[in-house]
Design a protein around this ligand. Structure first.
Ligand code: FE
Length: 237
């Protein structure tokens, strides 16, 4: 199936079929309603209070990351597309349309960062983390051998991404799960992959809490925050 999250982020269009349940769809539906009312993209509500991930990620970090950085991507995207031929496209369409266009790097960066951040907030939950259960656990075993091997691969991707970027768990067209890393605003969604989880490794995601210790942030993210229920909901059968 096409990425359900992207479908639910469609702007100015009613989602014809329920493609997924859960927080991400709920957030995006409410966001869509706001967008439809004012003709602009809006900053989606966080799926939890700003202090809900503390002490792993502090409310100060979330306050800046969500309230300043994510908001800036949304505001910049609105300025960039207003009055253009992109104005009536969904967020996913804007990302895919501009991904390979060197003349529209600025639009791509802000649109992709908006999408990536909404996906990141939903990739975490209070009291999350640890090993997955159910179908997603079976997929992890089939694709990586066991959870430990997945964990090592994901940690390596997140820690070795040079500079700013993202670590991802995706499901490829052959149904296998893969770990990827992308730089800056780049996103596997732009290439049609079904994203299951992402960890933001830009310094703004962890520096106030962990300073230079990105590995500590990534380990804590996996052990205490990762939202396996969200990944499960996104699995394509
Ligand atoms: Fe970020």
């Amino acid at each position: 199936m096409s990425p359900a999250c992207a479908a639910s982020m469609t702007r100015r269009r009613i989602i014809g079929t329920a493609v997924m349940a859960g927080m991400f769809a709920s957030v995006c539906r409410s966001r869509q309603a706001v967008a439809q009312a004012n003709g602009l993209f809006s900053l989606p509500a966080l799926p939890y209070p700003e202090n809900a991930l503390a002490p792993v990620i502090s409310s100060t970090t979330i306050g800046f990351h969500y309230g300043k950085h994510h908001r800036a991507y949304v505001d910049n995207l609105n300025k960039a597309v207003q009055g253009s031929e992109l104005a009536n496209k969904s967020l996913e369409e804007i990302v895919k349309t501009t991904a390979a266009d060197p003349k529209r790097v600025g639009i791509f960066n802000n649109a992709a960062q908006d999408w990536n951040h909404t996906f990141y907030w939903n990739s975490m939950r209070p009291s999350g983390g640890g090993m997955p259960n159910g179908a997603i656990a079976d997929h992890i075993k089939d694709s990586f051998g066991d959870y430990a091997k997945f964990r090592q691969e994901f940690t390596d991707a997140a820690v070795t991404q040079f500079g700013s970027g993202w670590a991802w768990l995706v499901q490829d067209q052959g149904n296998k799960l893969k770990v990827l890393k992308t730089a800056n605003a780049d996103t596997p969604m732009a290439r049609g992959m079904n994203c299951l989880l992402t960890c933001d490794v830009w310094e703004h995601a962890y520096y106030l809490d962990y300073q230079y210790r990105r590995p500590d942030y990534v380990n804590a993210w996996l052990d205490k925050l990762v939202n396996w229920e969200f990944a499960s909901q996104r699995l394509a059968s």
